[in-house]
Design a protein around this ligand. Sequence first.
Ligand code: NG1
Length: 451
Amino acid sequence: MSDKEVHSEEALRGAFQRLFPGEAPRVARAPGRVNLIGEHTDYNGLPVLPMTLAHEVRALFSPRADTRAVLRNLRAEYGPAEFDAAGAPSPSPAGSWDNYVKAGLIGARQYAPGLPPAGLNLLVDATLPAGAGLSSSTALVVVAALAFLDAAGRAPASLRDRLRLASALAEAEHFVGTRGGGMDHAALLLGSAGQACKIDFFPLRVEHAPLPDDCAVVVCDSMVKAEKSGAAREKYNLNPRLCALACALVRRQLREDFGEDVPLERLGDLWFGPLCLTTREAENLFLAAVPEGRLALPEIARLLGLSPEAAARQYLPDVALPPEGVDLHARVTHQAAEYRRVEHARDALIANDPEAFGRLMVASHDSCRDNLGVSCPELDRLVDAALRAGALGARLTGAGFGGATVNLVWRDKTFSFIEEMARACYANHPGPPPVFIAETAPPAGVGELRG
Ligand code: NG1
């Protein structure tokens, strides 16, 4: 999270002019986001509560006369790439950064049917670290979509447009191979400076909530990279797949209870669909439908009335179950409890009760660690140290498996908190500790370069 690689807008303009002489670029920007609470719930259609982040991904772009998308990145680790923007993009090998630009184009087309097949020069730069759970991949998808749309005169203009675009991009990002939810696209396109946002899904809805004036949000990097374009992808996809399996068990239970099929696409439909259950009712249903403890594939398949091969084909196309089995009940327990925590956290923001908010953050971290298995020793150490250093709340943020923690700290204690974290966790870290005070930012958009 050092700023040593940050390029000024002047330098960015100069680089664009050298790469694409004679073109006057516009710029698409997307902030990062830090999720305050509501983890691994979005892909089940259950709410989340993130805030935008002033660190951003930006892309300078200009239209081309042909239909090529010509991509350059100021970060040396992301080499030049190019594809034909007229056809249906085919995926580059997993981990290639151009896949996120292709996902942006796919989402832009779904949002704006009939989008003319126009080429684009695109130069990307970021102040947002990758693989830190701060949504750098979605920020790239969003800036790419905005660039393609703006070049065609179809940039989103209204709140309704932004809601539609966020939904289209959440679906389109599955092109890169991760089964993520819609939190990041909604936070980046509909978040707001100075506030957190509570996001509900299906249908997408965003409600802004004030952040406590007397608190700061501090992000601490575990320095364990968890890039979902690489090794973390299968680890990440396991939880959405297991939740879909648990959902299938719940469907079977409902059929038994009601004597007919009850439509249930995802676990979140229990709260909002035809059943409109309370969280307590959902928890009781989970107790009846999803056995506690570890289950191996043959056992899960038997409960579903399928052969193990058919269950794997239908529900686990891209992940393998660990041989010791999986605890589906722990997963659904997390969903119900995290849903309740997000609702209470929003109420705590409105009531200006940061201490209550902090307690909910800690409970969320514990559940991510114990019920979902998405924490790691480095994240747990950061959370423990933060609580010892006086944080009101501390938890992993984003997908987990590495990345960063988010901490709520009294504003007048921020610097002593950072000093204490530096001493406790980063004594051997070369250079300044990878910790920053998170500032909110306006949502993603397109405009002229500053300065
Ligand atoms: P990050 O932290 O950006 O990798 C991922 C998913 C979210 C959400 C969180 C966990 C993508 C693009 N993002 O976020 O949808 O599921 O993990 O809460 O897959």
